[in-house]
Design a protein around this ligand. Sequence first.
Ligand SMILES: Cc1cc2nc3c(=O)[nH]c(=O)nc-3n(C[C@H](O)[C@H](O)[C@H](O)COP(=O)(O)OP(=O)(O)OC[C@H]3O[C@@H](n4cnc5c(N)ncnc54)[C@H](O)[C@@H]3O)c2cc1C
Length: 462
Amino acid sequence: MVSVTDDVSTQTTDRSNWAGNLEYRAVDLLRPTTLEEVREAVTSGGPVRALGSRHCFNDIADTTGTHLSLDRFEPVDASTLVVDTDASGATTVTVSGGARYGDLATALFEHGYAVPNLASLPHISVAGAIATATHGSGVTNQGLGGAVVALEIVTGTGEVLTVRRGDTASTGPSTSTAPSDITAPSDHTVPFDAAVVHLGALGVVTRVTLAVEPTFEVRQDVFVDLPWESFERDVDAVLGAAYSVSVFTRWRDDAMDQVWLKSRVDELESRPGGALALGEDFHGARRSPVPLHPLPGISAESCTEQLGVAGPAHERLAHFRMAFTPSNGDELQSEYLVPRQHAVAAVAAVRALRDRIVPLLQVTEIRTVAADGFWLSPSGAQDAVGIHFTWLQRQDEVEALLPVIEEALAPFDARPHWGKLFTTDQARLAELYPRLAEFRELAARLDPQGVFRNDYLRRVLG
Ligand SMILES: Cc1cc2nc3c(=O)[nH]c(=O)nc-3n(C[C@H](O)[C@H](O)[C@H](O)COP(=O)(O)OP(=O)(O)OC[C@H]3O[C@@H](n4cnc5c(N)ncnc54)[C@H](O)[C@@H]3O)c2cc1C
C-alpha cells in the first residue's frame, strides 16, 4: 500500500480540500490498491476516513486519523472496462468508488455508453459524489446516486458488504470479486435507499455499479437576461425546457443573468420544429452569440462547448471541462433544496435578501433534481429545486449570513447540500430527514467502534 510518506508524487494539496478553505487534520494518507489493503487500513485501530477528490467545502471528509484515497484502487481504463447487459437489457458498469466521473464517462464513451447525468464538474469521485447527494440538473433527472445499482462497502469491522438496488432489509453475499476469505456477515441489514447517500458513515465504498445508457448527443444553448417575470410566470416551462437547465443569477434587479439549456438531440428531433424550436428568444432572454462562463469576467475556455454545437453527452452535461479548473477555484459554496412546487416563492424569499447576499456572492445557480427516495437525499421525498450560491472566500461573513438564508427558506423545508457550507443544526436536520435516526443506528451497526466517525458526523447525526 502506498502511504503519503513514501510517495514523492503526493502534492501538498492532498492535505487540504479543493477550495483550500480547510486543512485536513489527518496524520496519514494511504492509497490502497487492493480490497485487502482497504480492510487492513480500516481495522488498524485508528479513525479512518475515505477521501474522494476533496471537492467538499466543509469538514465532511476530515479525520484526525488516516485518510484513505482510492485513486489507485482499480483505476478506470477503457481497455479493461466491462459493460454488462443482463437478460432484461439493463446495462451497468462497475467501477472503483474512487473513479472520477470524467474518466469513467470518457472510457464509457469508447464503449458506446454514457452515464445519464453529470454534476457541473466531472472531476469528482463516484463514491464522494453520491455520499453527499451530488446532482446535476433536469426535471426528470435524479441526483448522480439515482444511477447506482449496487455498492460494495468495507464496514468499520472490515467486513465486505454488497448492497443492491431492491434490497430493502437485507444484503446479499459479498461480490464474487472479493477474496474468498471475505464473507458478508449474515446479521447486517442494509436497505439500499439508506446506503447511496452515505455521508461516508457506513464504510469505505470500494466499488459502485452504475446503470448506463447508450451514448447520446447533447447541445448546449446559452441565453442571457431572462426577465424575472418570465421566471416567475413560466417557472415550469423555463426549468423544464431541456434535459438539463441551469439558471444563473447575481440577483440583479432587471433580469436573471444566464440560462443554460442542455438539450438531448434525440429529444429535440422528436419535438415539433426540431432544433429550430430553440430560437433566438427564450422567454424574453436573448441567445448569447459567444460562449459564456457562469462567473462574470472569466474566460469560457474552461466551459464545455456551447453555441448549440451538438456533441457527446459527457462533453456537454458538465459545465466545466475535465482539463481545466472548474468554476473559479477561489470560492466557497452553499446550496439549499426545496420542493419544486415552491421554486418561485423560495427564490423570492432569497431575493428579498439580495442586499446582504450580493456583497459576498459570485453567482447563484438554480437547478432541478427529481425525487429519488434515498433516506438522506435532499431530493429524497419530492422533486426539488436547488438554490446554489458560489461565494467569495470570506468564510466568516458567509457563515454569518447562512442562518439568515436558512431562516428565510425554513417555511419551504429547505435541505442543505451535505458537501457545501451550511449551519442547519442537528435538531432541524432530524425534522427535515425523518429517517436520520435510523441512519444513525445503521451507521453505528456497521461501524460499532466509530472508525469513520468525525466531527461532521457527530454534528449532523447527533
Ligand atoms: C467547483 C465545484 C463544483 C461543484 N458542482 C456541484 C454540482 O454541480 N452539484 C452538486 O451537487 N455538487 C457540486 N459540488 C459539490 C461536490 O460535488 C460534492 O461536494 C462532492 O461530494 C465532492 O465529491 P468528492 O469526490 O470530491 O468527495 P470528497 O469531498 O473527497 O468527500 C466527500 C465525502 O465522501 C466520502 N467519501 C469519498 N470517497 C469515499 C469512499 N470511497 N467511500 C466512502 N466514503 C467516501 C468522504 O469521506 C466524505 O465524507 C461542486 C464542488 C465544487 C468544488
